[in-house]
Ligand binder design. Sequence first.
Ligand SMILES: [Zn+2]
Length: 107
Amino acid sequence: VTILAAVAVLTLAILLAGTSGFFRIVAAVLMAVIILATGLRRLRRYRTLLPEPEPADVSRYDLRYRCTVCGLELKVEVATTDKPPTHCGEPMELIREGGRPPLHSVD
Ligand SMILES: [Zn+2]
């Protein structure tokens, strides 16, 4: 379904929607299908653009993170990026780092 076809179907559906309850239901279903299809395709395209994650064993770098809210501490053994883990809805604080781990930087 191209964008043009979707717009045409939507316009037709909206025009017909005024005539009867049946067409109103058809229009609603059509709109839902089009919105879902567009959203799923966009999501799939976004996924294929992401680079393949390359997990690295960082256990010897002693990467420790602490949750600034509840105090939980974690030691990271394997990671794909240097992005800190999130706990209690907040990014965790790096408290110890034994050297520079070979991880991709994330802004
Ligand atoms: Zn927490």
